[in-house]
Ligand binder design. Structure first.
Ligand SMILES: C[C@@](CO)(OP(=O)(O)O)[C@H](O)COP(=O)(O)OP(=O)(O)OC[C@H]1O[C@@H](n2ccc(N)nc2=O)[C@H](O)[C@@H]1O
Ligand SMILES: Nc1ncnc2c1ncn2[C@@H]1O[C@H](COP(=O)(O)OP(=O)(O)O)[C@@H](O)[C@H]1O
Length: 267
């Protein structure tokens, strides 16, 4: 059985406070986009995990899919499987690719073996695997709070626009992003600001990771400037970076982008 885990972008991200468990409370909007991995599972005599596409840093046995299977095997009598993950979602890009693979893997195992797991139990597995993993279970636009795992559905549709994503040749780890962040309560809640016309988002919707990540990685600041110069109504770094998305009225000319950047159109 095969599925196609997709990436997300964050339309705004306010880091509100640091918690005693080391995590941060935030408010953000998660929005699914059309950049996908491919994830296939077959029954096998022995456990196996192989990948293709973009190389994944770290040990294969720490991959979130395998960690998800270990969790599920504590609750269900599951056979050995062979997993193939074709990685296409850029890594360390603020696109939540690893979390998406894990959430889609849980849904895939549920379907493949007819486990009929309740949504709450799936969300329970996700919480162990990563703060933004839960989002990918329902995988629809949401306003998120807490550590990024408490959701309210949000009626927002960017499909009338051209959505472009640019990934410079920079890897930002989520830990690095949170370590340098300056947090504060925003004057206006994101939930209110997102109701403004897209043309007014630039002056109002921010990502609290941008200032210090732009200082350490000026190439990312340049990508955002290039998107705005190309006519973006709104441009913002996604999550912890390094990718930046732009919302355009028309398909833009992005020939000024440095050739080391990956450009994804109509996502
Ligand atoms: C920043 C965001 C924004 O959507 O995503 P990315 O842009 O990386 O995809 C998320 O908050 C990332 O979520 P996720 O990538 O699942 O984070 P985790 O693996 O749970 O945590 C990695 C590390 O980030 C920090 N962390 C994460 C979430 C949070 N609300 N507060 C934190 O301080 C912690 O130091 C933690 O050890
Ligand atoms: N299936 C997976 N895909 C990508 N990264 C994974 C996966 N499983 C574990 N990881 C680890 O998670 C880290 C963060 O990857 P990813 O979720 O793609 O980035 P981001 O936090 O920027 O959204 C990687 O550096 C890698 O070590």
């Amino acid at each position: 059985m095969i599925c196609f885990p997709n990436a997300k972008i964050n339309i705004g991200l306010n880091v509100l406070s640091r918690r005693t468990d080391g995590y941060h409370n935030l408010e953000t909007i998660f929005y699914p986009i059309k950049i996908n991995d491919a994830l296939e599972v077959i029954e096998a005599a022995e456990m196996g995990f192989e990948t293709s596409g973009i190389p994944i840093p770290g040990y294969a046995n720490e991959n979130l899919c395998l960690r998800a299977y270990e969790l599920m095997r504590k609750d269900f009598d599951l056979p050995n499987i062979r997993i193939h993950l074709h990685k296409n979602i850029p890594i360390g890009a603020g696109l939540g690719g690893g979390s998406s693979d894990a959430a889609f893997f849980i849904k895939l195992i549920n379907d493949k073996f007819g486990l009929e797991i309740a949504k709450e139990q799936m969300l329970g597995y996700c919480k162990v695997l990563g703060a933004d993993c839960s989002f990918f279970i329902e995988n629809r636009p949401v306003f998120a709070q807490g550590i990024g795992d408490e959701f309210e559905p949000l009626d927002i549709d960017l499909s009338p626009y051209h959505l472009v994503l640019v990934k410079p040749d920079v890897h930002v780890s989520t830990g690095e992003a949170y370590r340098g962040v300056k947090y504060s309560e925003p004057v206006n809640p994101l939930k209110t600001l997102v109701r403004l016309p897209v043309e007014e988002w630039n002056c109002n919707i921010k990502n609290d990771f941008e200032p210090h990540i732009f200082n350490s990685h000026p190439q990312i600041r340049l990508v955002k400037a290039n998107l705005l110069e190309a006519g973006a109504l709104f441009a913002l770094m996604s999550g912890s970076g390094s990718s930046v998305f732009g919302v355009f009225n028309e398909k833009p000319d992005l020939s000024m982008m440095d050739e080391s950047c990956l450009v994804y159109s109509d996502i």
